[in-house]
Design a protein around this ligand. Structure first.
Ligand SMILES: NC(=O)C1=CN([C@@H]2O[C@H](COP(=O)(O)OP(=O)(O)OC[C@H]3O[C@@H](n4cnc5c(N)ncnc54)[C@H](OP(=O)(O)O)[C@@H]3O)[C@@H](O)[C@H]2O)[C@H](O)CC1
Ligand SMILES: [K+]
Length: 498
């Protein structure tokens, strides 16, 4: 699913109005209906609802929503924050329509700001995609009242005060519990720095022209199950283990063999035909007894990797989880990068080593997939001041080194050398514990070994990893979830695509 900027949404909006064709007031009605439908399925008609409107089209949506909720017998009070008589044409039409049913209360001074304590739900229609500057004065006071109210806040399209296409400095921004955004996701929603404003967010379809969306050029996408299902290859009836690839994973050190075990199990659960684990001697018995499906080649080093093995016969090589940063391990990594000519998967200490030995970046096989978490990424590229800058760094790094950068986080993002970025839509906070990254490395290596091209392996791996965790959370919740649970639910994640 494409992610579009505010400007692009305006163009798609215009195209839809002209070509469907549909009068803009009817398009607003459609948006308001989609929003109201969600609302009535989540809040009972006993809820007391305050709708807070600006005087642009976001406010117009708010007025239409208020009218629709009144029609469904909700108790609704509507407030329009006005600093002048200027308002959009569709706002004015909806104001007239609503006034005929229940008058809109005007807020023109600070004193006129309503007490929100008496309401259960607050609908935020102050500003949407037309926000052009920081929110100040009366509007800022209203935002502060909304945030102080501690009531359930649902934002229309975008939390008021949040810029979707560049960094928003802390200030007057609505902190929504839910944001229902129209037609396409907005870039700012994917960043940790905006989580407190956006809350849980959903995309609602308001029937904007699919053709117009197709025509918009965007580097940003959200991974959806539709996209993943198109990538997955079914298994052939007469397939044998040799058809599903051979992968080798270099992983583990003394005290960190768990990383290797998790990685191995995840690779197997993701469907690799034959898996070999290259591990230090101390990990030999551990791997052989905990992952009997995998073969094991012990390195000469007892506690950590010191060398490498013949990599040529493997369809995919993953390296990094739990390997540590000993000098001999640096050599081991360097040698494998130099000898293996196909794309690799590099994670964790593999990346920490690379950040201390920049020369390795220059020799990474093209389309190698690296999977840093933010701290590892910082070691590679330096600090950033906000999440938009982080995204730019990720994009540049992928382009410059011709690699795929999978930056882990609440919406893990996959940056391709082409400049395209795919944000994940699966996953939950239960994954924020030791070992989930090792699982991802195993999964992506497995997919690469099965013949998926690196871009596909990264996208499928990231999506399935989050989906497995979501399925695990449904059964055991988020708090007690551990990395092994994610691995155990990988088969169920695949079942969703049967
Ligand atoms: N295609 C769709 O998705 C549809 C979206 N709809 C809804 O429309 C809004 C966008 O409406 P728009 O009128 O363009 O913009 P806003 O409602 O956000 O507000 C614009 C007005 O607010 C003024 N403004 C902007 N920033 C500030 C500020 N910081 N303080 C005070 N006033 C501000 C702005 O003034 P300018 O000086 O910048 O011109 C405008 O007067 C979208 O989000 C959806 O909710 C449609 O209803 C359906 C189709
Ligand atoms: K809003």
């Amino acid at each position: 699913m494409k992610i579009l900027s505010a400007e692009q949404v305006r163009e798609v909006d215009k195209y839809t109005i002209e070509n469907e064709p549909i009068p803009s007031i009817d398009l607003m009605e459609r948006a308001a209906h989609a929003f109201t439908d969600w609302l009535i399925s989540h809040f009972s008609p006993k809820s007391k609802v305050a709708v807070i409107c600006g005087t642009g089209n976001n406010g117009g949506d708010g007025l239409a929503v208020a009218r629709m909720l009144l029609g469904k017998k909700y108790q609704v009070d509507t407030f329009a924050v006005k600093r002048s008589n200027e308002a959009s044409a569709d706002f004015k039409i909806n104001e007239k329509r609503l006034n005929e049913i229940k008058p809109v209360r005007e807020v023109t001074t600070e004193k006129g700001i309503p007490l929100l304590e008496e309401f259960d739900v607050i609908i935020d229609g102050l500003f949407g995609s037309g926000l052009s500057r920081e929110v100040q004065g009366l509007h800022a006071d209203v935002v502060e009242m909304i945030n102080k109210s501690r009531k359930t806040v649902v934002s229309i399209d975008i939390p008021s005060g949040l810029f979707t296409d560049h960094h928003t400095f802390p200030g007057a921004v609505v902190e929504a519990d839910y944001t229902l955004t129209f037609q396409v996701p907005k870039l700012a929603f994917f960043f940790p720095e905006n989580a407190q404003y956006v809350g849980e967010w959903y995309v609602v379809d308001i029937g904007l022209s699919a053709e117009a969306i197709d025509q918009q050029r965007s580097h940003y996408y959200m991974l959806t199950s539709e996209m993943i299902s198109k990538l997955l290859k079914p298994r052939k009836k007469f397939a044998h283990k040799g058809d599903h690839g051979r992968a080798l994973i270099m992983s583990g050190s003394y005290g960190k063999m768990g990383a290797a075990v998790l990685c191995a199990r995840a690779a197997l659960r993701t469907g690799i035909g034959l898996l070999t684990m290259y591990i230090p001697t101390c990990g030999y018995d551990i791997i052989q007894s905990t992952v009997p499906e995998a073969m094991a080649i012990p390195d000469e080093g007892d506690h950590f990797l010191t060398s490498y093995t013949d990599l040529e016969n493997y369809d995919a090589v993953g390296v990094g989880p739990g390997i540590g940063k000993e000098q001999e391990t640096v050599y081991s990594l360097m040698q494998s990068i130099q000898t293996y000519k196909k794309p690799m998967v590099i994670d964790a200490d593999g990346l920490n080593i690379i950040s201390e030995h920049g020369e390795m970046l220059e020799i990474l096989p093209k389309n190698t997939i690296i999977t840093p978490h933010p701290k590892e990424f910082e070691r590679l590229v330096g600090k950033w001041s906000d999440d938009f800058e982080k995204l730019a760094l990720q994009k540049d790094f992928a382009r410059k080194h011709d690699i795929i950068v999978v930056l882990k986080g609440a919406h893990t993002s996959v940056a391709l050398p082409s400049g395209d970025i795919f944000f994940n839509s699966t996953g939950n906070p239960g994954m924020a514990s030791g070992g989930s990254g090792d699982v991802l490395t195993g999964m992506i290596t497995s997919l690469l070994g099965q013949g998926y091209i690196p871009e596909e392996a990264a996208k499928i791996g990231v999506f399935m990893h989050g989906l497995a965790a979501d399925l695990a959370a449904e059964v055991i919740g988020e708090i007690g979830m551990v990395a092994t649970d994610i691995t155990d639910f990988i088969p169920e994640a695949y079942q969703q695509f049967k």
